[in-house]
Structures are given as structure tokens and as C-alpha cells.
Design a protein around this ligand. Structure first.
Ligand code: PEP
Length: 247
């Protein structure tokens, strides 16, 4: 399975930062790495980001509405994101679950809305520090899969990301053993829920991935790629992770 290196710019990025996308796209063209590269950017940048990427890397969005259209002021539908240049959307990122009260059920509805609107989805799950301390990390992730991953998920191009909340933006990375155990657990949960066909879903790891730790993380069993926050904002770092993924 070819790994996916996906960036998440969160609420960062103005027109001036499009040069980062140009630099990543140029590197992808020059080296033709054996990885898939995706950058998820704020909705305001999608159209220009897609132009800067020029088809060399895939551009995605960071969230979508669970609704198709109508009286939802400020919300953005999957079809609108697609129309603006996105091919993929992240749903259920922990920052949305925490700061916007998004439930598993809403995340599942957003994933379905994404597919209906012609997008692929990355569904995020992950435990808090205290849940891990209490020995509940695996049960929390199992419950999130049960609640957030619709049983009818089309398999091609739809991924799941494991992002322990305590590793996001903290520089605090789980041990290789912790990552591997959780990814193997997530694979078992996905197969139990979706059947053996779920063996083809890429399970991305997210949480303080940097060029310095990417190679070790990406080599772990059942790690199908990385979801990268902070290090996707600088071309040198993101290109460094892409380079590590190809070794
Ligand atoms: C993220 O927000 O999805 C993430 C993984 O962030 P960071 O890489 O900065 O930890």
C-alpha cells in the first residue's frame, strides 16, 4: 500500500503561504516519490491552493457540513468544497470534536455528506491523555470507530487517522510500540465493522510527526501514512517528511 502523507494547515494560511504548496508540488515533480501527497487547507484558500498544486498534489479541506444545502449560515457543504478544488475532507478532527462539540454521530453524518458531495474523507479518532492513563485508549478508539465510521464506507480513498490528542502539537510522540499496538487494534476494529475489505483502508498516524521521526513511524505495522499539522506549514519540513516516507 502506497503511504499517504497528508498535511492539515488548520486555521493557518493566507495567500502568501501558497508558495509552500508550490514548493511541495515542485519537489513531488522533481522526485516523483512513491507516496501520495495531500494538503488540507482552509476553505478560503482551496481554489488558489488547487491552482498552485497544479494537479501534482491533492488538495483537501478540513471540515464540511453534514447538510447538503440550505439555511446553515457560515457552513460549507461538501459539494461546495469540491467545487472550490478539494478532493478530500478531514472529518472529526479532535479540535472540532473538542471545540465544537462534534459527536461521533455528527462525524459519521459529515463523512456520508462528504461522499455524497463527491469527496473522499479522512475520519479522525484518538484518545485523550487521561483516557490513556486510565487504560481506556483502545476502548475509546473502538467506540469512536463504531460511532464515526459508517458501515457503508466506500473503501477506495477513504482513510482513518489515529491522532492521540496528547500528541497533537505537543512534540510528545507515543512510543513505536504504542503506535503499532493501536494501529493493529484499529485494523481489527475496522475489519469487525466493515468486513475483510477494510484491510485496504490506510490508517494514518497523526501527532507531532516531523522529518526526524517520520521514517520510524511510517515503518510500523499498520501505519499507512501520516496526518501532519505543524510540520505541514513549512515546505522544508513537509518535504522532509515526504522524503523520509520514500525510504
Ligand atoms: C493534527 O492537528 O492533525 C496534527 C497531527 O498536528 P501536529 O502534527 O502539529 O501534532
Amino acid at each position: 500500500m502506497q503511504p499517504l502523507i497528508a498535511g492539515n494547515w488548520k486555521m493557518n494560511g493566507l495567500g502568501a503561504q501558497l508558495s509552500v504548496i508550490e514548493a511541495v508540488a515542485a519537489r513531488v515533480v522533481a522526485e516523483a516519490p512513491a507516496v501520495d501527497v495531500l494538503l488540507c487547507v482552509p476553505a478560503t484558500l482551496l481554489w488558489r491552493a488547487a491552482a498552485s498544486a497544479a494537479g501534482r498534489i491533492v488538495i483537501g479541506a478540513e471540515d464540511c457540513s453534514a447538510d447538503i444545502a440550505g439555511p446553515h449560515t457560515g457552513d460549507i457543504s461538501a459539494a461546495m468544497l469540491k467545487d472550490a478544488g478539494a478532493a478530500v475532507v478531514i472529518v472529526g478532527h479532535s479540535e472540532r470534536r473538542q471545540h465544537h462539540g462534534e459527536t461521533d454521530a455528527l462525524v459519521a453524518s459529515k463523512a456520508r455528506a462528504a461522499w455524497r458531495g463527491g469527496l473522499k474523507s479522512i475520519i479522525c479518532i484518538g484518545e485523550t491523555a487521561s483516557q490513556r492513563k486510565d487504560g481506556a485508549a483502545q476502548s475509546v478508539c473502538a467506540a469512536q470507530i463504531e460511532g464515526s465510521v459508517p458501515v457503508d464506507m466506500p473503501l477506495t480513498g477513504n482513510e482513518v487517522a489515529y491522532e492521540p490528542l496528547w500528541a497533537i502539537g505537543t512534540g510528545d510522540v507515543p512510543t513505536s510500540q504504542q503506535i503499532e499496538e493501536m494501529h493493529q487494534h484499529i485494523r481489527r476494529c475496522l475489519i469487525a465493522r466493515l468486513g475483510v475489505r477494510a484491510a485496504s483502508i490506510r490508517i494514518l498516524y497523526g501527532g507531532s510527526v516531523k522529518p526526524a521521526n517520520a521514517r520510524e513511524i511510517l515503518a510500523l505495522d499498520e501505519v499507512g501514512g501520516a496526518l501532519v499539522g505543524g510540520a505541514s506549514l513549512a515546505a522544508a519540513d513537509f518535504n522532509g517528511i515526504i522524503r523520509e516516507a520514500t525510504h
